[in-house]
Design a protein around this ligand. Structure first.
Ligand SMILES: [Zn+2]
Length: 297
């Protein structure tokens, strides 16, 4: 009995110790669970805060990434929270872009009723090849142009001359083969580097001159064919009146991001009087103007 009682006491003590260990372990687990949950929650909040900060920031770049990084660090294992915040951010940016585009297009609800598939709206740029498109040509002074714009070009140039300006037609239609030759020559100069060559000479099929609707018009007594032509009386008059004859300044200043081409104060493009007036009045590029008709069909 004596022995057994001692044993029972020892058993009770053992059970008691085990119970304390179990309670402590359970407590620890609960503590870990609660802390983990709270940290995870924080990470999500931080993520959302970062996103909200991003809404107001003009620059969507590094500042935002840093905040997201901090959140991930403090969260420890809470990577899913960060991923979620980033996806929401991307989604938000896409929604904003669409909203901006819609608002932007809304400004042009009064756009002219034109058919963008008509010949005068053919689009050639670095992203849009017209292949071997070749219009029917006519001679205008020293260059060739699409015969359909002869009268408009003649009136434009003749009226400029009536202002006392000295007009020279520097370049008009350039065919696919000519452009291929020019491009290949530049590629050879750069040891076969087509990418670099394409920044200087348009790839065949992507030159506006191949449409036959464009011409480079310069001043006979002004030897520079660069942005400084903007200062000449020739450019002042021609850019102010081109729309009256159906022409636009095809590569306006500061619009290289849209046209792919730097400011060219000598390059005029025919689009018809209605479109030209609208484009020039609203400071649009041909790319932007035509985009206004894409959704309408
Ligand atoms: Zn040109």
């Amino acid at each position: 009995m004596e022995k057994r009682r001692t044993r029972t006491s020892k058993d009770i003590l053992w059970v008691f110790i085990m119970s304390i260990i179990a309670v402590l372990a359970l407590g620890q687990m609960i503590a870990l669970f609660v802390t983990g949950g709270r940290k995870s929650g924080n990470a999500q909040n931080t993520g959302i805060t970062a996103e909200k900060t991003d809404n107001t920031a003009a620059d969507t770049g590094t500042a935002d990434n840093d905040t997201a990084g901090d959140a991930a660090q403090s969260a420890g294992a809470a990577v899913p929270a960060e991923t979620e915040a980033v996806s929401e951010e991307v989604l938000f940016e896409l929604e904003t872009e669409t909203e901006i585009e819609t608002e932007w297009a809304d400004q042009f609800a009064d756009k002219p009723d034109i058919d963008p598939s008509e010949w005068m709206f053919i689009l050639a740029n670095p992203w849009n090849s017209i292949g071997e498109y070749a219009p029917e040509l006519t001679q205008f002074r020293d260059v060739e142009i699409d015969y359909r714009i002869y009268d408009a070009m003649n009136a434009f140039v003749t009226d400029a001359e009536a202002q006392g300006l000295t007009v020279v037609m520097t370049s008009g239609y350039r065919g696919y083969d000519t452009q291929s030759w020019l491009f290949q020559r530049k590629v050879d100069q750069y040891g076969g580097d087509e990418e670099t060559a394409a920044t200087i000479v348009a790839r065949p099929g992507t030159s506006e001159h191949q449409t036959g609707l464009a011409a480079d018009i310069t001043d006979n007594y002004y030897e520079y064919m660069n942005e400084s032509l903007e200062e000449t009386a020739l450019y002042q008059w021609m850019s102010a009146h081109c729309h009256e004859y159906g022409f636009i300044v095809r590569f306006p200043k500061g619009r290289q991001d849209v046209t792919g081409i730097m400011f060219e104060p000598w390059h005029y493009r025919y689009v018809g009087k209605e479109a030209a007036a609208y484009i020039m009045e609203h400071d649009l590029t041909l790319e932007e103007f035509l985009s206004l008709y894409q959704d309408a069909g």
